[in-house]
Design a protein around this ligand. Structure first.
Ligand SMILES: CC(=O)N[C@H]1[C@@H](OP(=O)(O)OP(=O)(O)OC[C@H]2O[C@@H](n3ccc(=O)[nH]c3=O)[C@H](O)[C@@H]2O)O[C@H](CO)[C@@H](O)[C@@H]1O[C@H](C)C(=O)N[C@@H](C)C(=O)N[C@H](CCC(=O)O)C(=O)O
Ligand SMILES: Nc1ncnc2c1ncn2[C@@H]1O[C@H](COP(=O)(O)OP(=O)(O)OP(=O)(O)O)[C@@H](O)[C@H]1O
Length: 494
């Protein structure tokens, strides 16, 4: 492909070289560069891609796109300077793959919690109405029913555009993707053509990147300003209400959802059960009875978002109803990994204060015995991380009967210090807690102290199959671990 085609509509200043040259690929990592690659130098969080330009040239790069003035010691290299390398990467990647998002009906979903769950509900509805749909999110990318893992919830633009292009090649008509606030801030989704976008909710998270809730909100709001047709917003959320005000002047239509009359799509007659929820979803085209196989208010919201999205995409109400009911499980989201009458062990991805509180509140009324919580907190070091650790500690103390505080993904931090901070916050509300640093031991302890009517809720890791401790990733499959511990303890009793 010619470089001129790849840089079409890109804002740049030519520093050196020819534009009329053949290129073979695009890379933002010098280690991925091959002969005739375009190398995009990104000023990263841990290292600076500009320090790897020479390495990229040694590996065969003939074009360098950069955002800093760097002296380059090589001939016959085309050098283009841009204002923002990540934004430029998004543009040239879209061009390279022939702008695939213009050929797919793109649905973006953002918000602190509920993105993965809602995306799987949407996928099921679309598939039930015979519309092909790809999915990109925390669990990975699904194209043509094949799942591949990603490093990020929303991958880097080059990887994203490659995945969209693969969707186009297998005739996928729709794509539902989770759009993280990191992706919006770091321009991973620049040059994506969204038709529908969804806002689930906003509560404190990722503040080490965004500094304040205000900045976090503005990062999320970016998605809705780049959407063509429908902006779907939860107006029971305070930030959702504010977003609607900000979207008033835009061409895309705002469609609101919430519990009780007032929103465009709304839920009434809600009945909660131990493992499911039923309600009536009201739309301008009529009402439908919804049965969702997950408990609590959070799944009323997640399924309402899915109803609104399907409604905006002209899917018939009966298909929406069936599509939601067909979702029996979502990996690591309220996943019952063991059950014996009223005794249950549930693995869940609750990893924010808001998510943990809402998940515990959903289970508590249906717990005959005690609600035993096993949880840890991953948060960046510093004051922002401390606030999250304290917040989750308080929620745990308030809404569980016994809490076992353990490690999540401590990464480079000392897990004992993380736990100490969580426990400090818990002390103010409860004495029923114990700290066990080793997560497997913590789960074992929960099972050992449990009685037949108890529910054990293991929060934080959900679908993840490893624990990040220091620089290493240790295999950690919670479902398998629970099953094994229970099997061994049953053996001991019998
Ligand atoms: C903090 C953050 O967002 N980091 C992202 C960022 O990495 P970075 O800026 O630190 O990269 P870096 O290591 O400093 O390298 C800078 C540049 O030098 C290049 N390099 C580096 C070494 C070398 O030898 N040669 C070379 O060219 C790198 O490829 C890169 O282009 O850019 C990378 C490429 O896009 C991302 O993979 C990486 O995500 C990391 C893995 C990450 O953990 N991100 C999290 C915080 C994140 O993005 N999470 C969100 C939200 C999840 C949620 O909803 O909870 C997500 O979407 O996943
Ligand atoms: N609408 C919601 N509001 C608050 N908490 C929720 C909501 N939906 C789910 N949760 C809780 O948050 C956890 C994560 O849910 P989900 O994976 O759907 O969110 P997410 O936004 O995709 O999160 P992430 O991007 O970090 O993967 C769930 O396991 C549940 O405990």
């Amino acid at each position: 492909m010619l470089l001129t085609r790849v840089i079409k509509e890109l804002d740049y200043i030519k520093v050196a070289g020819e534009l009329d040259i053949e290129i073979s690929s695009i890379a933002y990592d010098s280690r991925e560069v091959v002969d005739k690659s375009v190398f995009v130098a990104i000023s990263g969080f841990s290292v600076d891609g500009h320090d790897f330009i020479q390495k990229a040239i040694e590996n065969g790069a003939k074009t360098i796109i950069l955002e800093k003035d760097v002296s380059i010691d090589a001939d016959n290299i085309t050098i283009l300077k841009v204002e923002d390398s990540r934004k430029a990467l998004a543009k040239i990647s879209s061009n390279y793959y022939d702008n695939p998002t213009e050929k797919i009906n793109m649905i973006g979903i953002t918000g602190t919690n509920g993105k993965t769950s809602t995306s799987f509900l949407i996928k099921s509805i679309f598939e039930h109405s015979n519309r092909s749909i790809g999915l990109i999110g925390t669990i990975g990318t699904i194209i043509d029913n094949k799942l591949t893992q990603n490093k990020n919830t929303t991958p880097e633009s080059l990887n994203l555009q490659q995945q969209f292009s693969e969707m186009v090649s297998v005739n996928t008509e729709n794509c539902i993707m989770e759009v993280s606030s990191h992706a919006l801030s770091l321009n991973r989704v620049a040059s994506c053509n969204f038709n529908t976008s969804i806002f689930t909710n906003l509560s404190p998270d990722h503040l080490e990147l965004h500094n304040s809730m205000e900045e976090y909100f503005h990062a999320k709001a970016k998605l809705f300003k780049m959407t063509n047709n429908y902006n779907i917003v939860n107006t029971d959320d305070e930030y959702g209400k504010r977003l609607v005000e900000e979207l008033k002047e835009l061409k895309a239509k705002t469609v609101t959802y919430g519990i009780g009359e007032g929103a465009d799509i709304y839920a009434t007659d809600i009945r909660y059960y131990a493992e499911s929820t039923r309600y009536t979803a009201n739309t301008p085209k009529g009402s439908i009875k919804i049965k969702i196989n997950f408990p609590g208010e959070i799944y009323v919201y997640n399924s309402l978002a899915a109803v609104a999205c399907a409604y905006c995409n002209d899917i018939e109400l009966k298909d929406i109803q069936k599509g939601i009911e067909l979702v029996k499980d979502i990996k690591g989201r309220f996943e019952i990994v063991y059950k014996d009458k009223d005794f249950k062990v549930i693995v869940d991805f609750a990893h924010t204060e808001d998510g943990l509180e809402k998940a515990l509140r959903a289970i508590k009324p249906f717990t005959k015995g005690r609600l035993i919580l096993v949880f840890g907190v991953y948060a960046a070091p510093g004051e922002k991380g401390s606030a999250k650790r304290r917040g989750m500690g308080m929620v745990a103390a308030k809404y569980s009967d016994i809490a076992i505080v353990t490690s999540d993904n401590p990464k480079d931090q000392d897990p004992n210090l993380i736990i100490k901070e969580i426990v400090e916050a818990m002390k103010e509300h409860s004495e029923n807690y114990i700290a066990i640093v080793d997560r497997e031991e913590a789960i074992k302890h929960a099972i050992q102290i449990s009685n037949k009517d108890d529910i054990i809720f293991i929060a934080g890791k959900g679908h993840e199959t490893s624990q990040k401790i220091g620089k290493v990733e240790v295999p950690f499959n919670e479902t398998e671990i629970v099953t094994q511990i229970i099997k061994n303890s049953i053996k001991k009793i019998s």
